[in-house]
Design a protein around this ligand. Structure first.
Ligand SMILES: [Cu+2]
Length: 118
């Protein structure tokens, strides 16, 4: 009787450990939803990052960020990995890196938006 109780206790400990490991694994593999950064149409400059009620040409974000295009044309997102496009009304999720965002066919004096994702 004594032996079977110990066996039960050991089995219970192993099970608890396995459940704990499973939970730890779940939290590390779970990706948090990316933050949203709107790019809006506003003159002068044509397009801006909208941070709350503030318009800015530079933004630094920690973690992945979802860029949403509220400009009047497609946007170009340039990084050292190449160029990606965001169509009007569409979005693009970007990870760590430095990006320069401009509009397709924009005037030379329109804004070049600088984004850093840490
Ligand atoms: Cu624009």
């Amino acid at each position: 009787m004594k032996i079977s109780l110990i066996t039960l206790a050991v089995a219970a400990t192993i099970c608890a450990g396995a459940v704990g490991a499973g939970q730890a694994l779940a939290t590390t593999t779970h990706q948090t939803a990316p933050k949203t950064l709107k790019i809006v149409m506003h003159d002068p400059g044509c397009h801006w990052f909208q941070l709350g009620h503030k318009l800015t040409t530079k933004a630094t974000v920690t973690g992945r960020v979802k860029l949403v295009n509220f400009d009047e044309a497609a946007l170009k997102v340039a990084s050292r990995h190449g160029m990606k496009h965001i169509a009007m009304g569409k979005s693009l999720v970007v990870g760590r890196g430095s990006y320069v965002i401009m509009m397709v066919g924009q005037a030379t004096d329109d804004n070049y938006l600088k984004l850093t994702v840490r």
